[in-house]
Write a protein that binds this ligand. Structure first.
Ligand SMILES: [Zn+2]
Length: 300
């Protein structure tokens, strides 16, 4: 057996171990439902307990950052209405990266409301060349299909609509084309920078994923470079890509129980990046070890 064959086998073993919980999720996605809530004057959380979706009211239409899993469009539509908006006013869905859990609901949403879909140019090209990088084939959702995107965003591009300017920064690692988002929001008369690292899952940095996804650059080193690139962003309203990134669920509970706004948290950004850097550094060591172990037991 080749090293590649062995490590891809490991990838499928890992996916098999997650199969049951994925099927349980799709059997009744409403178990992951979360009541939408407001973070800042023009910013709302309309995602669920598994994946973040943010709604931005630009004054001239709405923008969504990501759309969530396949089979959850009804949750998103409900969340938008409950936040006090009409889904038909969503002009754009901007995707953080090219994985199915972030764009799954997009095609259905576009079909209903004529919304346009955007993603980084790098991930759009990556998905065209390596469709399996979407992770759709191991998603356990039987009807999943990657949409055609309407617009491809370049590194550093400012995505402007109404009174909102979203700075889109390429931060590869989790995928080659992760976009991080930075934009001003207001809350109680003050302006704050909101920011999200658009892909923080470190599983994607491990050797079985690297081989499965045919990544040519080492994603762990890419992620360290990306952390460096966005380290000094003066983010006060730290947004998650998945709720664990910024403790979305805990902050929401605290907000409901005690009032105030736990999302105004100047320390959250760098403490998150510090933890992430440590995880990526550990994976570099683990990958090296695994590579040596595998090389010792396979023939090439
Ligand atoms: Zn992802």
């Amino acid at each position: 057996m080749t090293k590649k064959g062995y490590l891809i086998g490991k990838y499928y073993e890992l996916m098999d171990s997650k199969k049951e919980s994925k099927i349980a999720f799709y059997t009744n996605p409403a178990n992951a439902r979360l009541e939408s809530f407001q973070i800042a004057d023009q910013l709302y959380y309309v995602g669920d307990k598994k994946v973040c979706i943010h709604l931005i009211d630009t004054g001239e239409g709405l923008i969504l950052l990501d759309s969530g899993y396949f089979g959850t469009t009804h949750l998103l539509v409900d969340s938008i209405f409950r936040a006090g908006f009409d889904p038909a006013d969503v002009r754009w869905i901007i995707h953080s990266h090219g994985h199915h859990d972030h764009y799954g609901a997009s095609e259905e949403f576009r079909t209903m409301y004529g919304t346009k879909l955007a993603i980084s140019k790098v991930d759009a090209e990556s998905l065209r060349k390596y469709p399996h990088r979407s992770a759709i084939d191991t998603s356990e959702y039987p009807f999943a299909k990657t949409p055609e995107f309407d617009y491809e965003i370049e590194d550093g591009e400012i995505f402007e609509l109404g009174n909102i300017k979203i700075r889109c920064v390429l931060t590869p690692g989790h995928t080659d084309g992760v976009l991080s988002f930075f934009f001003d929001v207001t809350y109680e008369g003050k302006t704050y920078l909101a920011g999200m690292l658009g892909g923080a899952g470190v599983n994607a940095l491990t050797l079985p994923y690297v081989y499965y996804n045919e990544r040519t650059e080492d994603p762990a080193h890419q992620m360290l470079g990306s952390i460096e690139k966005i380290w000094n962003e003066p983010v006060v309203v730290h947004l998650g890509n998945h709720p664990g990134n910024n403790k979305t669920l805990q902050k929401r509970e605290k907000k409901l129980a005690e009032g105030g706004n736990p999302f105004i948290a100047p320390d959250s950004w760098q403490s998150f990046l510090t933890e992430l850097r440590a995880k990526a550094e550990k994976i570099i060591i683990d990958n090296k070890k695994l590579d040596e172990e595998v090389s010792a037991i396979v023939c090439d």
